[in-house]
Write a protein that binds this ligand. Structure first.
Ligand code: AMP
Length: 142
């Protein structure tokens, strides 16, 4: 299973914010869009990623003014990406090894989607179920 197949089914929408947007705005967007992370962009350029964990860390270690500070102070600037031609299994390994749950997908330097651990687990379960179904059918037929 390739990431391009998953993106075709789930769509290529990626919610983004500018680095100057406040932490409060990021929290509002995460809540209203029902997502766990936003890609931080400046024009077409990805400059970071901010997840709900970053917001929790900012609030827990903050001084009460955190929500009015720019997200650039709390995002991860060193973004790890995926590519559409990669496999579901390789992304699951990358997420597990690096301990994060979101991977923006880029092609030729352009943002073409994002996948979460939830998306990947859903597709992995479908894949395993289809394999089990095929094996059962094969055994029943032989
Ligand atoms: P998550 O598990 O995705 O909520 O993120 C946990 C931490 O990893 C947060 O500090 C995120 O900013 C960071 N993070 C999430 N996804 C990525 C990614 N693709 N590349 C780099 N850092 C990430």
């Amino acid at each position: 299973m390739l990431i391009s197949q998953i993106l075709r089914a789930k769509g290529d929408a990626v919610f983004t914010v500018a680095p100057t947007n406040t932490v409060g705005r990021v929290a509002e967007l995460l809540h209203s869009k029902r997502i766990g992370a936003l890609v931080v962009t400046e024009g077409d350029r990805v400059v970071g990623i901010v997840s709900e964990r970053d917001i929790v860390r900012a609030v827990a270690g903050g001084d009460g003014k955190v929500t009015s500070r720019p997200v650039s102070a709390y995002m991860t600037a060193d973004v790890v990406f995926a590519e559409p031609g990669e496999t579901l299994d390789s992304l699951l390994s990358r997420m597990t090894d690096r301990r994060f749950r979101h991977l923006p997908v880029v092609q030729a330097g352009r943002l073409v989607g994002i996948v979460s651990i939830g998306d990947l687990v859903k597709w992995k379960i479908s894949e395993v179920e289809a394999e089990a179904h095929g094996l059962k059918a094969y055994i029943a037929g032989s």
